[in-house]
Design a protein around this ligand. Structure first.
Ligand SMILES: [Zn+2]
Length: 59
């Protein structure tokens, strides 16, 4: 229902082995990523960051 997205480019990232997440588009690892919810994607474009933060805090 959700996927991890790069904080820089918002493309999908994969879990890197041992450290953070790997972004194919940026060709780099990042220790943090955005969680994007597919079912909310259409309403989370404009204020996606706040939405995701709220969901993460509650989790
Ligand atoms: Zn990226």
């Amino acid at each position: 229902m959700c996927y991890r997205a790069c904080k820089t480019c918002n493309k999908k990232v994969t879990e890197a082995i041992g450290f953070g997440y790997w972004c194919e588009a940026c060709q780099k690892n990042d220790e943090e990523c955005n969680l994007r919810y597919i079912m909310n994607a259409k309403i989370s474009d404009a204020s996606g960051e706040a939405w995701v933060s709220t969901l993460n805090d509650q989790a």
